[in-house]
Design a protein around this ligand. Structure first.
Ligand SMILES: Nc1ncnc2c1ncn2[C@@H]1O[C@H](COP(=O)(O)OP(=O)(O)OP(=O)(O)O)[C@@H](O)[C@H]1O
Ligand SMILES: [Mg+2]
Length: 250
């Protein structure tokens, strides 16, 4: 059964970067099969992991809702959606990637969204780990992918605004009744030590911080993959040290 790790945090705090590093560390530790889900329509998790995207789930939903006649009569809509989702998965070395995208058309998505939720539920069972990179905000989580996560990783920088967003995310998890086993906090790209009181206020389980890393900036500037990051680089070493609770199955 897939152990689900979901990312959250204010825009630009490093959710996609940390998600990619988590995928890399799960692979490095040989913990099992991994599906990375890019659930941010404006994001690029696949690219950051060094893979070219195929079709997105959004495109598949558009196609099915605007051309229902394309569903083979002997297959049924649910099976067709399941099949399409399978073909949208890109296989990498030691991990797979699925890109959600966003449906653009005017069609009614209620049915397809429900079917999709079922498919995602099944898909999660096919992998040992599922790492979901989310957009800033949480509402999409209840809509599209899953309403539960084993580890919710909130990423923040050291700024007051970032920490306030982290606090709001924790409140949203409660309001949306998302079933979360661990609510973890990672401070990313920080040079400063944050006062303990400010961290305690968030009521998240604080793991520690990942430093600002020139190697990440270089990779990002050149559009290269974080899979090529040197294994001894500061950010990866830090996450390897503090991240155990993210992927530990209890
Ligand atoms: N520890 C770090 N050291 C150096 N640069 C970093 C670090 N973490 C993230 N970055 C850089 O900061 C930028 C934002 O990071 P990222 O895209 O991971 O944030 P995000 O939270 O996913 O953003 P968005 O909300 O737009 O999806 C990227 O250019 C990334 O390369
Ligand atoms: Mg992102």
């Amino acid at each position: 059964m897939g152990y689900v790790i979901a990312m959250a945090g204010k825009g630009g705090t490093g959710k996609t970067t940390i998600a990619a590093l988590i995928v890399r560390l799960i692979k490095e530790k040989k913990l099992g099969s991994v599906l990375a889900i890019d659930a941010d329509p404006n994001s690029n998790l696949g690219e950051v992991l060094g893979l070219k995207q195929k079709s997105t789930i959004g495109e598949i939903l558009d196609e099915i809702s605007t051309h229902p006649e394309k569903v083979p009569v002997d297959m049924g809509k649910d099976h067709f959606i399941e099949y399409q989702v399978q073909t949208a998965i890109v296989e990498g070395e030691g991990f797979d990637v699925l890109t959600m995208g966003r449906p653009e058309g005017p069609g009614c998505y209620c049915y397809v969204n429900n079917a999709l939720r079922n498919v995602m539920g099944k898909l999660i069972k096919d992998y040992d780990y599922v790492v979901i990179d989310n957009e800033a905000g949480l509402e999409h989580l209840s809509r599209r992918t899953t309403r539960s996560a084993d580890a919710f990783v909130v990423v923040s920088n050291a700024s007051a605004v970032g920490l306030k967003a982290a606090k709001r995310i924790r409140e949203l998890i409660k309001e949306l009744k998302i079933n979360v086993k661990k609510e973890l906090l990672v401070i990313n790209s920080s040079q400063e030590n944050i006062e303990k009181q400010r961290i305690d206020d968030l009521k998240l389980d604080y793991l520690g911080s990942v430093p600002y890393d020139m190697d990440i900036e270089k990779i990002s500037l050149n559009g290269n993959s974080l899979m090529d990051l040197n294994e001894k680089t500061a950010s990866l070493s830090a996450l390897r040290k503090i991240g155990e609770r993210i992927w530990q199955r209890n």
